[in-house]
Design a protein around this ligand. Structure first.
Ligand code: ATP
Ligand code: MN
Ligand code: MN
Length: 298
């Protein structure tokens, strides 16, 4: 009698059909992460990242020679692009085409095209004028330490929760933090931008020694920029689970509010240490879109 196979712990990996050329090409030299390693990362996070990528306009940071070579920030298709990458029309702006993917092969097409960062819009092609998430991008000015960043993220969370939103957190994989809230896609871009701007301005008005709401470099020294400008039509923010084209192969990683502390810096999680985390903890953003609320009034 044949023994039954043990039940699979996880769903089988979706089939990959995109052929990677030069899979051994090194994209992150000191971390030793190759193109094949990047493809493995995205195959592993596919079920988590898919809702944040599929059917949305995407901007890509392409680095054909890895993070130390030339970088191209691209919002439109290009000649020789992998065939699994789509270039639909912007439904609200006929004549403009955008970059999009529909499936894991599309994501692997982005890997084949050396997309080392993936930056989606905050709305889907299906409802392009009404965003389904807000991202408050916290950028430390010169001299700002990590405890100040932690306090800032908590301040943003409190204000957004007061307004009735469900509030999620991720490392940027760079220098800062992203505080993100899912929205019911009802309010249009200008209203969403205005709401985010007033939140940022209120923080800067209440604690001018800690926060600024304007990009002006001179004002940012020692302060945190509450960058609300990710929340306008055509603006992008790096996707959760996207890699960054920076040393160390950091990944913009969802964390819980309980995890926010001195041990986890903005570039703590990387392509190299993320598999252990994924095996050990459940996705802190598992109910992200299920907890969407309408844009608060006022
Ligand atoms: P950090 O925590 O270091 O601030 P970040 O992702 O928040 O990381 P940046 O990498 O500085 O911030 O990018 C800011 C925003 O501008 C991103 O959300 C991205 O979508 C967009 N962006 C990034 N690179 C370019 C570029 N070369 N051209 C235009 N827009 C860009
Ligand atoms: Mn930032
Ligand atoms: Mn910013």
């Amino acid at each position: 009698v044949r023994e039954a196979a043990p039940p699979a712990k996880t769903a089988p990996e979706p089939k990959r059909t995109v052929r990677l050329t030069h899979p051994d090409r090194i994209y992150w030299p000191e971390a030793g992460v190759t193109k094949a390693g990047l493809a493995d990362h995205y195959a592993e996070v596919w079920p988590l990242i898919a809702p944040h990528l599929v059917g949305r306009p995407l901007a890509l940071l392409r680095c054909p020679d890895g993070i130390d070579g030339q970088q191209f920030f691209q919002k439109h298709g290009w000649k020789g692009m992998n065939g699994r990458i789509l270039t639909p029309q912007d439904p609200g702006d006929p004549g403009e085409s955008v970059i999009a993917i529909a499936d894991l092969d599309g994501l692997l097409g982005l890997v084949q095209s050396a997309a080392l960062e993936i930056h989606p819009w905050g709305s889907t092609l299906a409802q392009i004028e009404t965003p389904d998430r807000i991202v408050m991008d916290l950028d430390p000015g010169e001299g700002v330490d990590w405890p100040q960043m932690i306090a800032a993220a908590r301040d943003v969370r409190e204000r957004m929760e007061q307004a009735g939103l469900a509030v999620f957190l991720k490392t940027s994989g760079g220098k800062g933090l992203h505080v993100v809230a899912p929205l019911k896609p009802q309010a249009k871009w200008p209203a969403v931008k205005a709401w985010c701007q007033s939140l940022a301005r209120a923080m800067a008005a209440d604690q001018p020694d800690r926060y600024v709401a304007t990009i002006a470099k001179a004002k940012r020294k020692g302060r945190i920029l509450v960058d609300y400008l990710r929340n306008q039509r055509g603006a992008t923010a790096v996707a959760p689970w996207s890699t960054r084209a920076r040393p160390g192969a950091a990944v913009s990683t969802p964390i819980t509010w309980e995890e926010l502390g001195p041990e986890i810096g903005p570039a703590h999680f990387t392509v190299l240490n993320l598999p252990a985390r994924l095996a050990a903890v459940t996705d802190p953003w598992a109910d992200f879109f299920a907890r969407a609320r309408p844009l608060p009034k006022g």
